[in-house]
Every structure is written in structure tokens, then in C-alpha cells.
Design a protein around this ligand. Structure first.
Ligand SMILES: Cc1ncc(COP(=O)(O)O)c(C=O)c1O
Length: 449
């Protein structure tokens, strides 16, 4: 029982009224586990919210944060600097594509997205192409909650009822279970469809009206969908052909999720701007950032008088020394434990095989994976659509497993530090939970021949 009120905190993306009836409180975390108030362990197969990639409770990070708080807790980032932010920025560039050596720090992924949109706009103005003001996004894309990101949202419920920028067109979503079911890694089909849609938008709007394309290299909140083979290469080619900037929203895919530091390095496709957040310091202190191709920054600098800031934009806590110190400590762990690449090596293979072993469960219509990411899609049969996922989610939680339901897709993104034994435990708890739920819901009788 809680000894505090549940009335005052209006929680994000939460059915607060339902929560108050059935509070779900975690009080402790360690490694790959969260712990409920009653002490029950819950295997965290979501790495919090795709952010605790080094696992929970890493002492090194805690010690670095404490030491930094005692050394210098804060100094204004506007017109001033502290060593940790510069050191962290410098270290990060060892993991970015060769042309990307600049980062603008923010506090979250949402801020990173809106910042990237503004940098893209500014760049087009700086090079005398101010007419390029439209954006292209993608159906089922998620780009945070600020007004720019909300406008880029391909998830209707996240746009509905909010003020949005109107100058946005959407590429088709990548989920194609009919043609790509049970793909391991990148699926075969979908690149051509995207390319045709891209060219249609160009024909309709004119390339000289389009500033940038923003996509997640792997769709995350839209149900974890890896890009079809050749997709990212093609979108880069089309952006180059039409002189359009390419923004990869790597808020989820960054920091080892796909088997390399970034999806862009995993797939060898370099965007112009790359947003990041979440796992940037292991999910410990709020932080995000926009990685920027050097030439973009230089063009903006060259265009700006030397007596004013080059970018009238920024946040109080941008590059705060505490978040950067946490980042440096997390980076030590990522590098020392080989976490950036484990998803494309033995652990990635173990994860893939484990996940696909679930294909014998009833009503499973697709299993997808890339790096240390996975999704299992269910056919709800005679249940209302999107009702099975939440039931499985709740049962998993009851059985000590935290995974995520996106409609009837169950999505997994465990800490990269997860062990093979913990992957086995995930399979055991997931299988049990699904079997229980499907045993309880009414399954239509199969007509006999
Ligand atoms: C692809 C993507 N972009 C942006 C965001 C927003 O990040 P934040 O919640 O840190 O604002 C998210 C969050 O899940 C995301 O998945």
C-alpha cells in the first residue's frame, strides 16, 4: 500500500483513472529486473522505455553523477561551458558516421526532434533555399510530443486534437505482415512501395518546397518494424536526388539497439541530422541531442553575423554537467562490455533464435527482430482488435515480465546487458502468459471437414 497520494501527479501517456484503481508501482531496480512494492521481481524486457540499455543500477554511473554534483552541479550553458559536456561530445563522435562530428544537446527525444526540424529549416535558409519548408514523415512514425514532433506523428491518436504544422506528407508505414511475416532481420518487401510514394509526393509538392524527410530507421512505437532491405539506402538516394535533408530519428535505435552504436552505422547510411536521447546515458539523467553533419553547421555559421548566436535556440539543462558525466560513465560501460555491437554478434543471434521459437504459440501471425529488438504480433481472431495486446501485457506483468503492447503487437527491447539465461527466462514467462490468456479468451471452433 502506498503512503502517498496518487491524485497529484498527472502521468504521461497513462489512463490515470484506471491507474488509480490498479496502481502499478516499482520501488527498486537492479540489472535486468524491476521490483514491485511487494518485492516481486519483474524482468524488464523494455529497458524501461528503451533507455536503460546498460541495465539498471550501474554503480559507476551513480558514482560519476555524485562526483559531478559535488564538483560543479550546474553552470549556464548559454554563453558558458563545463568540461563534461565538451568531453562527452568529443567521445560520442568516435561512434558516429565520419561526416557527423557535432552535437546540440537537449533534455529529451522530443526536444531533439523539434531542434532537428529547426536546424534543417535554418540550413535551407542559410544556403538560400528558404522555399524548402515542407517535411516528409511516415505513417506510424513516432517523433515525440512537442509541436514539431506532433506534426510529424504518423500515429493518429498522438496528433488528434492538437495544433500541428500542416506542411507534412507521409510515406506509407513499413509493417507488411502479408508479405514479410517471420522475417529474421531485414524483410524483403517494401522498398519499392516507399520509393513510389516518395516520388508521388515530389511530383505533387515539388522538390523545391521540401526541407527534410524524418524517419525512424527502425519503426519503434509503431510496433517495432525493421526497414526492408535497401530501404534506407534508397531513401538516402532519393533525398540526394531531390536535394532534401535526411533526418534519422535515432531516439530508440541509438546506443547499440540495432547491433551498432547507431542504426546509421549498422546499415552504412549516413543521414544529415540524427536525433538521440533515452539510452544516451543509460536512462539515468534526462538528456538528448541532435547529431549534425559538419557541413550543415558550417553553412549556418557562415551565414550568420559573427556578433550574435548562430542558433537562437536551447534549453536551460542542455549539456548539463551531471547528465554529461552520466553519459561519460555509461559510454565507458558500453565500450568495455561491447554493448554497441552485441546485437549483431552472438547475443543478437541468441535473441533472434529465442524470439522465433515462439512461432508455435497460437494466433501468432508475425515475429520480427533486429539487433536486440523484437516483436510478436497476434491475430485477435474474434476479440476486438487491440484488446489482446493489453491482456497479454497485464498477464505478463502478473507473471513477472514487463514487455510492451502496441495494439496486438508485443514489443521487446531489453537492456543490451541481458544474459542468455535472462533471455530464456523471458521466453518462459512470455510463453506462460500468452498461453494463459489465449486459454481464457474464447477461441472460435474450427469447422470440421
Ligand atoms: C523515435 C522517437 N522519437 C522521439 C521520442 C521522444 O522522446 P522523449 O520521450 O524523450 O521526448 C521517442 C520516444 O519514445 C521516440 O521513440
Amino acid at each position: 500500500m502506498t503512503d502517498y497520494s496518487l491524485e497529484n501527479w498527472w502521468q504521461p501517456f497513462t489512463n490515470v483513472r484506471a491507474f488509480r484503481d490498479n496502481p502499478r508501482i516499482f520501488t527498486r531496480a537492479d540489472g535486468t529486473f524491476l521490483y514491485k512494492e511487494d518485492g516481486q521481481d519483474v524482468l524488464d524486457i523494455t529497458a524501461g522505455l528503451w533507455c536503460c540499455n546498460i541495465g539498471h543500477g550501474r554503480k559507476e554511473v551513480a558514482d560519476a553523477v555524485h562526483a559531478q554534483l559535488m564538483e560543479i552541479d550546474f553552470a549556464p550553458p548559454f554563453q558558458f561551458g563545463t568540461p563534461p559536456a565538451f568531453k562527452f561530445a568529443e567521445r560520442l563522435m568516435q561512434h558516429t558516421p565520419a561526416d557527423i562530428n557535432r552535437i546540440f544537446f537537449t533534455n529529451s527525444g522530443s526536444e531533439a526532434v523539434d531542434t532537428a526540424l529547426k536546424i534543417a529549416h535554418l540550413y535551407q535558409h542559410a544556403r538560400g533555399k528558404g522555399s524548402k519548408s515542407r517535411f516528409i514523415s511516415r505513417e506510424h512514425g513516432y517523433h515525440g510530443v512537442n509541436v514539431g514532433g506532433t506534426s510529424m506523428q504518423g500515429l493518429p491518436s498522438n496528433r488528434h486534437g492538437f495544433p500541428v504544422l500542416e506542411q507534412v506528407d507521409f510515406l506509407p508505414g513499413m509493417l507488411d505482415i502479408e508479405n514479410n511475416a517471420f522475417s529474421r532481420g531485414l524483410p524483403e518487401h517494401g522498398t519499392q512501395k516507399m520509393a513510389e510514394a516518395f516520388e508521388q509526393i515530389i511530383a505533387l509538392r515539388g522538390a523545391n518546397s521540401i526541407c527534410a524527410v524524418i524517419i525512424e530507421p527502425v519503426s519503434g512505437a509503431g510496433g517495432m518494424v525493421p526497414p526492408p532491405k535497401g530501404y534506407l539506402e534508397k531513401i538516402r538516394e532519393l533525398c540526394d536526388k531531390h536535394d532534401i535533408l535526411l533526418i534519422f530519428d535515432e531516439v530508440i535505435t541509438g546506443f547499440g539497439r540495432t547491433g551498432s552504436a547507431f542504426a546509421s552505422t549498422r546499415f552504412g547510411v549516413t543521414p544529415d541530422l540524427m536525433t538521440s536521447a533515452k539510452a544516451i546515458n543509460g536512462g539515468t539523467v534526462p538528456m538528448g541531442g541532435v547529431f549534425v553533419r559538419d557541413e550543415i553547421q558550417q553553412t549556418i555559421f557562415d551565414h550568420t553575423p559573427t556578433n550574435i548566436p548562430e542558433f537562437f535556440h536551447g534549453n536551460t539543462y542542455a549539456g548539463t554537467p551531471v547528465a554529461a558525466a552520466a553519459g561519460l560513465a555509461a559510454l565507458d560501460i558500453y565500450e568495455r562490455e561491447g554493448l554497441f555491437t552485441c546485437g549483431s554478434q552472438a547475443k543478437g543471434q541468441y535473441w533472434e533464435d529465442a524470439l522465433h521459437s515462439l512461432s508455435d504459440l497460437p494466433q501468432v501471425i508475425d515475429i520480427r527482430n533486429i539487433g536486440i529488438l523484437g516483436a510478436v504480433s497476434f491475430d485477435p481472431l474474434d476479440q476486438p482488435a487491440k484488446s489482446l495486446g493489453p491482456k497479454i501485457h497485464q498477464r505478463c506483468l502478473d507473471n513477472g515480465l514487463l514487455c510492451r503492447a502496441v495494439g496486438d503487437h508485443m514489443v521487446m527491447s531489453p537492456p543490451l546487458s541481458i544474459s542468455h539465461e535472462e533471455i530464456d527466462l523471458f521466453i518462459e514467462r512470455f510463453r506462460k502468459s500468452v498461453t494463459e490468456v489465449l486459454g481464457e479468451v474464447k477461441v472460435p471452433a474450427v469447422a470440421s471437414a
